[in-house]
Design a protein around this ligand. Sequence first.
Ligand code: ADP
Ligand code: MG
Length: 779
Amino acid sequence: AHVMEKILYRKSFRMKNLQRTWQESPEGSKMLTFRKSLPAYREKERLLSAIAHNQVIVISGETGCGKTTQLPQYVLESEIESGRGAFCNIICTQPRRISAMSVAERVSTERGENIGESVGYKVRLEGMRGKDTHLLFCTSGILLRKLLGDRNLNGVTHVFVDEIHERGMNEDFLLIVLKDLLSRRKDLRLILMSATLNAELFSNYFGDAPTIHIPGFTYPVRTHFLEDILESTGYKLTSSNQLDDYGQDKLWKTQRQLMPRKRKNQITSLVEDALKNSSFECYGSRTRDSLANWNPDCIGFNLIEAVLCHICRKERPGAVLVFMTGWDDISCLRDQLKAHPLLGDPNRVSLLTCHGSMATSEQKLIFERPPPNVRKIVLATNMAEASITINDIVFVVDCGKAKETTYDALNNTPCLLPSWISKASARQRRGRAGRVQPGECYHLYPRCVYEAFNEYQLPELLRTPLNSLCLQIKSLQLDSIGKFLCAALQPPEPLAVQNAVDFLKMIGALDENENLTNLGKYLSMLPVDPKLGKMLIMGAVFRCLDPILTVVSGLSVRDPFLLPQDKKDLAGTAKSRFSAKDYSDHMALVRAYEGWKDAEREGSAYEYCWRNFLSAQTLQAIHTLRKQFGYILKDANLVDLDARTCNSLSHNQSLVRAIICSGLFPGIASVVHRESSMSFKTMDDGQVLLYANSVNAKYQTIPYPWLVFGEKVKMNTVFIRDSTGVSDSIVMLFGGALGKGEMVGHLKMLDGYIDLFMDPSLAECFVQLKEELDKLIQK
Ligand code: ADP
Ligand code: MG
């Protein structure tokens, strides 16, 4: 121990020298000057002393004031300065992988180092850190995983949990675990950071921990709501009074007392009514339709286009930030704008996108200033709301929505839907416009809708299925799931917890007594949704890994099949070419991916994607994720190194279908043929429709009694996005419903009946491989 200490002191001394050398160099001191100009700098001493004297502190401050890049760095620097650099281990969590990576990159630059030296990052399946890394940026999920292996976080000295105002599920979960840990680790420091001011909530949760606010300066931002915008883009609102009255109406006040989820739906229909009843007089032409059909459920692309045109033609210079809900509508809008004579002209407009899966080269462009006389327009998800700061933004266009998973515990259906943001988010979005000079913010919804927004967004813990979370709680060997979650900042409904536990029992991850099964242990090691994790394990055990890797990666990334608005038919035809009558979107994905690999080898990948309406970027992302899943399975000893053995049955179509079913169950709908029409019913008797781009939507009849599906999307009605036809025998054997306990249980039970209802080739591999599966589950 003594020797170890000596080494660490020597290392600390080296770190101190390095830091001084950099700070005294010309670039280093220039960087230091910039850093000293940030609002956080003025609070530096106060912050460091608060951290030294309290176990927990809560810090809030305007986005861009230097919380993320500066505060953990101050701690690192002061430890290094005091000659204890090698003794500290600082972890700072981010809700998104891309921010963890870009912040680590930025802080390394500020310290004149390469990433992976004293500053590193770790995100799911990826990381850059070395033996000298003492400040690690990671996603909150990664820290949870770390806690799984080491419940005391030995060696860690400071934990920063960033962006807590977002109330992500992992953050809420982390806070429960950390709160418990603090009593055991008196020396551990916890610093919570948040952009908006609901600091009291967190401070109370940690026994009135001290709060520090970093005052920031922002320029005033002029706010325009829909009614104002309509005027300036060529519309005249003849019944604006009516909208205002609506906003004042008592109805809104009663709405506030309803359940938040219900309230949202009702707001939607109230706005719909309000707009239907009000008549708009139109002076433009193209935008008329979008307005007449102004549907609060959709994002009006034409309206956005009109606002952007207005800014480019009439307004002063300055970059524009457009808040959209997700990659889908960002890419659709981008295509639409590219075709516009003004907005699509690269000499006048630099059109960029900012979202979770953008390429690094594009990331850099976002921060750069465009050439003179070119207007930068950035189409962004709500990532640009608080975790990424683009300095030259003067105009903000806010669609008022964010893609949010909502969860209906009563019907046990998760839906990923764009829904209205909160007042706090709207303020935050508006604030992005006033960083360098006075700005303008265009909210694409009426003021009355804004008035009815929730003050803050509902925490994710209360609006998502808890499947993964409950599995993690179990593998951390914490209390009973229900008891544990009661300790949350805002505990979820008991019914939501029960649904998750039932689900985990059904897929065989928990046994009757809610204990983790061996399958459950494996599933908790895989950083994917338990459903997909099960599919991976089954694919490995049943030796059809390649196609299953593609399916799982595709389901985790996004659909690579593009659906351009004006070429829907052509795109549909292109997709069905991949399905060769096997009634499966998942198989079509596998074929499309394999075709792309071949085309790449021949150097014709670009043409291939273009011809088949495929997104090369998505295929690339799937390719990367596939490889990473492969490594993880290898690490977990689920596959051996020989690619041939784990793929010896990949050609067996029924088997691949069965494995897809084993993962997606209970996502299953029965196919009901009646006369000339076909309908689909889910397990709970709900009617669902097929998404237009599904290969199965092309057929009059489907020769399978069941469709398993990966994603159910709730719009006006419930749609299933992607599906695969499966037979009765597959559902009976591989759809986890029969056995209540571990899946092996019911597989054994059915052993004797295999010949009766399985197709022979499937029966053969089932018998061959069941033994292997037994071994695995008993291990
Ligand atoms: P906060 O976490 O309080 O929102 P940050 O620490 O992320 O603020 O950023 C502080 C400042 O650092 C920003 O206002 C911006 O000027 C600068 N900055 C952050 N990231 C980058 C980057 N990648 N490139 C250039 N400047 C950056
Ligand atoms: Mg930040």
